[in-house]
Design a protein around this ligand. Structure first.
Ligand SMILES: [Zn+2]
Length: 185
């Protein structure tokens, strides 16, 4: 009888552990994004501070003789999903691994930049030195952006996203998916 009880208790502990594991797993997977709309509305543009720093970036870069072009800003979940399908169910090359809700662009917290060369072309050449100061304009812009508080995709080790700048406010994508928002959203 004692042995039997011990077995039951062991199984109960295992089941409780599995339930806990399942709960934690769901949390981490952002399953709670189902309730997101009730918790916090999604923005429909750039966060005010991102907008402000984007303008400062353009201004400061201009004072260094660099013309910055912002090629991407806020992207809705629908736009992100559509972008994700490119190269998968739609023609073109794969350009993103992020589906709706998996990019800081979807929360108005990211921008992408490019440069306008002296002859007026929009370029993505990270070695271009249009202001002739011996430094790559692209990296100069990244340095200015980082000073303004942006994280730069060119610093990522696994997948380098050179045009990408984001301000996370310390929030992970999981937290954003679960409805958490930066202040003054
Ligand atoms: Zn980006």
């Amino acid at each position: 009888m004692k042995r039997w009880n011990a077995t039951i208790i062991s199984w109960m502990i295992i089941i409780l552990f599995l339930v806990l594991l399942f709960y934690v797993y769901n949390e981490w997977n952002g399953e709670h994004h189902l309730y997101m709309d009730e918790e916090a509305p999604l923005p429909d543009g750039l966060h005010p501070l991102v907008e402000e720093n984007k303008n400062k970036l353009i201004e400061i870069a201009a004072s260094h003789g660099i013309e910055v072009i912002i090629t991407q800003g806020f992207r809705s979940f629908e736009q992100q999903d559509s972008l994700y399908e490119q190269g998968r169910t739609k023609p073109g090359d794969i350009i993103t691994n992020a589906q709706g809700g998996q990019s800081y662009h979807n929360y108005g917290l990211a921008i992408d930049y490019a440069l306008r060369s002296t002859n007026g072309d929009i370029i993505w050449d990270i070695h271009y030195d249009g202001n002739n100061n011996g430094q790559s304009d692209w990296f100069e812009v990244a340095d200015i952006a980082k000073e303004l508080g942006f994280d730069w995709g060119g610093d990522w080790s696994n997948f380098k996203d050179y045009p990408h700048l984001q301000m996370t406010f310390g929030l992970s994508l999981n937290q954003l998916q679960r409805g958490m928002r930066p202040p003054n959203n």
